[in-house]
Design a protein around this ligand. Structure first.
Ligand SMILES: Nc1ncnc2c1ncn2[C@@H]1O[C@H](COP(=O)(O)OP(=O)(O)OP(=O)(O)O)[C@@H](O)[C@H]1O
Length: 516
């Protein structure tokens, strides 16, 4: 090997060593950069998720402030007083609520049950499931269904612009859930492009999705509808009126039918809140509201503790049980005589008891005078002016002064306008059976009754005897069904109270319906 070759070899080796050294340094530098980048990426991703999580949490807190407060309160309780005391308090509360439920179902449900049920249904049913049902029933709006813009430029070319973002589905938002004993009201806010009628068309599909028999839609505001689901109906079948018996009678609490909770419904015929006005369209079942309490107090009528007077402008309904009525009137003149007689009796009683008692005790000498005024509108609107004014005056006297003296008036009307029944407001207790117009509900039960769930205009024709009561200790309108009194029972009642003095009609005629 000569000197030239040796020099080349040495130079080559030195160059190679330099290249290896440079590559080594470069590799180290790149590894450091990659490591830094990876660390930065991990930190960035972690921060991104943290921010996203925080954003979600803030959204939840804003969207569900009550739940957030409850969770915070529970956490604070457990932190300061321990989880055992919290558990014991929950158990105590639960047993208190159960006792209340057991003792008085209606007041429990109206004050606590429906709040708890609404909360539970919102979380467990409507918030998670309703969006899916609405989408499946065609009640969502897809952004790609927004029309495409077509622009004609100056050079005549068409430019078609589409939204390139992925299509988004917009679904009505659940605003409020209210759960009554039979119905759930779910208020949703419509999205742009929807109208309340879209929901009307989808009502049956929504009922199937919720697996309930009925679903109805109400427009609350131009952009808010209430989707009402009927969960159950304990009043779907007629409620039989119990047979006549000798049981003791409490005139302040007379059995009249059943409530939507499946419990007994009682009405007072004596004392506070006994004057009652029942409104209902033709065939709504007003007569069961009249007959059923009379059947319940049959022993008191027979024993002379209750004296029933009947005003029957149609001359049909009450005539079928004519023997039950101590006084009976059909025409305007007869009605005036009947009311005159009652007002005079009231005046006599007033003179006898004034200053001695605050409420006249009911005895055979001073029986409860119960007036059943069928079709009150026929005589307070559709008679001559003089008779009409006198009838209104007498009814007003009896309803304003009669309570403490043992005089009770129960009126029945088809059209509950002030024009038809000028004394409407003098009846402290009102019952609204099926009516033909939404406005009638407010006229009978008062403002806000319809909004609070007394949907009497929606009662089906087949549900005769079903209606709503409100007020008198009831926080929310209560759906009731009057006990059904068949024709044979009216005859049996007549025979019972007259001790068989009235000759019953032959069975053939009874089966054929109520005779005049
Ligand atoms: N409580 C009830 N349960 C079941 N069906 C009932 C009840 N009450 C009434 N019905 C049915 O409805 C029909 C009409 O009832 P009802 O005569 O009481 O109506 P109404 O309101 O008095 O009508 P109108 O004002 O025309 O006399 C009855 O013949 C009966 O078939």
């Amino acid at each position: 090997m000569n000197a030239h070759t040796l020099g080349v070899l040495l130079l080559g080796s030195a160059g190679l060593a330099l290249v290896v050294w440079v590559l080594h340094k470069l590799g180290k530098a790149l590894a450091a950069i990659a490591e830094t980048l990876a660390a930065a990426a991990v930190v960035f991703v972690a921060l991104w998720w943290l921010l996203k999580g925080l954003g979600w949490l803030v959204r939840q807190i804003v969207a569900h402030p009550r739940t957030t407060l409850a969770v915070l309160a529970i956490a604070a309780w457990c932190r300061w007083w321990g989880w055992l005391s919290f558990l014991l308090t929950v158990l105590l509360l639960a047993s208190g609520l159960t006792t209340w439920w057991w003792l008085h179902l209606v007041s429990f449900d109206q004050w606590a049950g429906r709040v708890l049920r609404s909360w539970w249904f919102r979380w467990a049913v409507y918030a998670p499931k309703l969006p899916g049902w609405l989408h499946a029933c065609g009640l969502s709006v897809k952004d790609d269904s927004i029309p495409v813009d077509v622009t004609v430029t100056l050079v005549g070319r068409k430019k078609i612009s589409r939204n390139q973002q992925p299509s988004r589905v917009r679904i009505p938002r659940v605003k409020v859930v209210k759960s009554g004993p039979s119905w759930d009201e779910v208020r949703v806010e419509l999205v742009a492009g929807q109208k309340p009628e879209d929901f009307d068309d989808a009502a049956r599909a929504l009922a199937s999705a919720r697996k309930v028999a009925r679903c109805q839609v109400r427009e609350i505001a131009p952009n808010v509808v209430s989707i009402d689901f009927q969960r159950r109906d304990l009043l779907a079948h007629p409620v039989p009126c119990p047979d006549l018996d000798e049981a003791a009678v409490d005139l302040r609490r007379v059995w009249a039918g059943r409530t939507e909770y499946g419990q007994d419904w009682h009405l007072p015929l004596y004392g506070s809140g006994s004057h009652t006005l029942t409104a209902g369209a033709s065939g709504a079942g007003k007569n069961s509201v009249m007959w059923c309490p009379l059947v319940s107090i049959a022993p008191a009528i027979r024993d002379g503790l209750v004296r029933v007077s009947g005003i029957d402008p149609k001359g049909m309904e009450l005539a079928y049980g004519r023997g039950i009525f101590h006084r009976y009137a059909v025409t305007g003149k007869d009605t005036l005589d009947l009311l005159d007689d009652l007002v005079q009796a009231m005046e006599r009683r007033k003179a006898e008891f004034a200053g001695r008692v605050r409420t006249v005790p009911i005895t055979r000498e001073h029986p409860l005078e119960l007036v059943e005024f069928d079709e009150i509108g026929a005589l307070t609107k559709y008679t001559d002016r003089k008779t009409r004014e006198q009838i209104v005056e007498k009814v007003a006297l009896l309803t304003t002064q009669g309570r403490a003296l043992g005089f009770t008036v129960r009126g029945y009307v088809q059209e509950p306008t002030k024009d038809t029944v000028p004394v409407r407001d003098l009846f402290p207790r009102r019952i609204c059976l099926r009516v033909t117009a939404k406005s009638h509900v407010g006229m009978v039960l008062g403002d806000q009754a319809y909004e609070r769930g007394a949907w009497a205009n929606r009662i089906e024709e087949s549900a005769a005897g079903v209606g709503y009561v409100w007020g008198e200790g009831l926080r929310e309108p209560l759906r009731v069904r009057a006990g059904w009194v068949p024709d044979e029972m009216v005859k049996a009642l007549e025979a019972f109270v007259t001790a068989g003095q009235v000759v019953p009609l032959p069975a053939r005629e009874i089966e054929g319906g109520r005779a005049a």
